[in-house]
Design a protein around this ligand. Structure first.
Ligand code: CP
Length: 324
């Protein structure tokens, strides 16, 4: 079993319930991961994903090895048949198989490069490991998705929703740097699995996400209108998907302010973090009691723990009686 996309979840409702059960007693399955090792490979920086996933593995009694592959590993080649006389020193075929020998699960963070849409959509790094590793793979944010984040988001909304069918708004907000679409994509995919929530995406015209992901989700270009009666506001920047990877809009009118939050139904404010204060969201919003960003980050542990737990339960028992 791999966990590379939120779409792989059979029942989101069931998973959220299971994660909340883990949250009540996180050390209950501490023997499940005994003698099992998680290798975490980071091609990009992280705070929450690194620590919450490690914490989750520790809660399950696993050993954890972390490598900042982007700065410490050999540069990898992903193309088949390449004459490797340029920058890449090692092929994914050997690297993935070698890492697999040292562990039972590999977790990978490899962001979008944001220069080559086709390459990013092909998920070269993540899929390279899926193809050549001999152990399960967990996506800790890839070029197009962040399924551990969106599972934590679903857990958080389940905890904080106060009515049967809340209105959830994913709003684009400005940012000076080009950011991937991964978090927004997985949030959209997660919302498509929700039965009892109304979902609206709002962003400036031209900032549409991949239509193969948004499908028939409601898009409202007027942010104020989208905010009306919302119960959850989820802010996130993403760079332009059409003019791929470019920052073509930094309109500060899209920043989430207290005045905009007044249009909502006393909505909770969510963001995956890290967040640029007073660019994405005003201090008065993120510091308000309606902000649940810290609780959201807390739930990263339980989303990771649920995923690791499910994988551990399905691992073949490699233990054999050894003769020395
Ligand atoms: N939200 C999230 O993935 O945070 P990090 O980038 O710090 O891991």
């Amino acid at each position: 079993m791999n966990y590379t996309s939120i779409k792989e979840i059979d029942s989101l409702k069931k998973w959220v319930k299971q994660a909340l059960k883990i949250k009540k007693d996180p050390l209950k399955n501490q023997r499940l991961g005994k003698d099992k090792t998680l290798v975490m490979l980071f091609f990009n920086p992280s705070l929450r994903t690194r620590l919450s996933t490690q914490k989750a593995a520790i809660n399950l009694g696993m050993n954890v090895m972390v490598m900042n592959f982007g700065t410490e590993g050999w540069t990898l080649e992903f193309e088949d048949g390449t004459i490797m006389n340029q920058g890449a020193s090692e092929h994914i075929k050997e690297a993935a198989e070698v890492v697999s020998q040292y562990c039972d699960i590999i977790a990978i963070r490899a962001f979008a490069g944001l220069t080559d849409k086709e390459k990013d959509n092909a998920e070269t790094v993540l899929n390279g490991f899926v193809k050549y590793a001999t152990v399960p793979i967990v996506n800790m944010e890839s070029a197009t998705g962040h399924p551990l984040q969106s599972l934590a988001d679903a857990i958080t909304m389940a905890e904080f929703k106060t009515k049967h069918k809340p209105k959830v708004v994913l709003t684009w907000a400005p940012h000076p740097k080009a950011l991937p679409q991964a978090v927004a994509n997985s949030f959209v995919e997660m919302m498509q699995l929700q039965r009892d929530m109304d979902f609206v995406i709002t962003h400036p015209e031209g900032y549409e996400l991949n239509p193969e992901i948004t499908k028939d989700s409601v898009i409202e270009y007027n942010q104020n209108k989208a905010f009306e009666n919302a119960d959850f506001i989820y802010a996130k920047n993403w760079s332009n998907y059409n003019d791929y990877g470019k920052v073509t809009n930094t309109d500060e009118n899209w920043t989430v302010t207290a005045d905009k939050m007044k249009l909502t139904n006393n909505a909770k404010f969510m963001h995956c973090l890290p967040v640029r204060r007073n660019v994405i969201v005003a201090d008065e919003v993120i510091d308000s009691e309606n902000s649940i960003v810290i609780q959201q980050a807390h739930n990263r542990t339980y989303s990771a723990q649920l995923v690791l737990q499910k994988i551990l339960k399905r691992l073949p028992n490699k233990t054999k009686s050894l003769e020395y």
